[in-house]
Design a protein around this ligand. Structure first.
Ligand code: KIV
Length: 273
């Protein structure tokens, strides 16, 4: 960890590796805006992911496909301005890296230069190896993402658990080893059987961060709006909700509406003499 100007020890890709070696679990959450990223950082999270799930929870799209590189850079810049301690990783959105490795590098450079982020994440294994290599050769840390890859939703047609069959599990293990070999600093495993995720975490040295991948991995990630109960309709088995903010915010706003309508707000103390 490097020391930040406010004496906070910044989380780096190296500190994540140390955490894995010391058996300390890594905590990771998404954030997309300044205000919530500040709270998430101050709460002590290790990694903040500016995920392309912004396409769902911020923009209301059904999938992660529509979000653009410019929009990801906007979200990432807002998060970076708030964060003092966490490592900030930004998703390469759909269409910004699949074309060729040069495009992948250019997109990554734009994210790093224009937002000030610390690393990028991209979905895929063998098929994106050349891109991963090229991004890494420019000194940009890369986090991999295997298992359920929401950018490929139209290839599979469902968001069900991945790698249940032997052949897919074998490919996932090979891809994880390849990403490690190429030099990725960590891998996200999404929605795969817990036993397989644990096996991957045991067989590679870099941290494996799970979402719907059980407890045998090196850390956990959730989408902030899901765990806070804001996106209340999304309740998969793997999700633990810590608040019911959808109801709480709705109730608070309902009270405000009543207070305004009944002229209860503002009162004597809430106005200037
Ligand atoms: O975009 C995202 O939020 C993600 C997490 C689900 C890991 O990729």
């Amino acid at each position: 960890m490097s020391v930040h100007k406010n004496n906070l020890k910044r989380v780096t890709t190296h500190s994540l590796l140390e955490m894995k070696m010391n058996g300390e679990k890594i905590s990771m959450l998404t954030a997309y805006d300044f205000s919530l990223a500040k709270i998430v950082d101050q709460a002590g999270i290790d990694v903040i992911l500016v995920g392309d799930s912004a396409s769902n929870v911020m923009a209301g799209h059904e999938t992660t496909l529509p979000i653009t590189l410019d929009q990801m850079i906007y979200h990432a810049s807002s998060v970076i301005r708030a964060v003092e301690r966490a490592l900030v990783v930004v998703d390469l959105p759909f269409g910004s890296f699949q074309g060729n490795s040069k495009e992948a590098l250019n997109s990554s450079i734009r994210i790093m230069k224009e937002s000030g982020a610390h690393a990028v994440k991209l979905e895929g294994g063998k098929e994106v190896a050349e891109s991963v290599q090229r991004i890494l050769s420019a000194g940009i840390p890369v986090m991999g993402h295997l298992g359920l890859m929401p950018q490929s939703i139209y290839k599979y047609g469902t968001y069900t658990v991945r790698a249940k069959e032997e052949e897919e599990a074998k490919k996932l293990m090979e891809d994880a080893k390849l990403l490690e070999q190429l030099g990725c600093f960590a891998i996200v495993l999404e929605k795969i059987p817990a036993k397989l995720a644990e096996k991957v975490a045991k067989e590679i040295k870099i941290p494996v961060i799970g979402i719907g991948a059980g407890s045998g991995v090196d850390g956990q990630v959730l989408v902030l709006h899901d765990m806070l109960g804001i996106s209340y309709e999304f309740r998969p088995r793997f999700l633990r909700t810590y608040l019911n903010l959808h109801e709480d915010i709705k109730n608070a706003i309902g009270k405000y509406v009543v207070d305004v309508k009944t002229s209860d707000f503002p009162n004597e103390n809430e106005q200037y003499k």
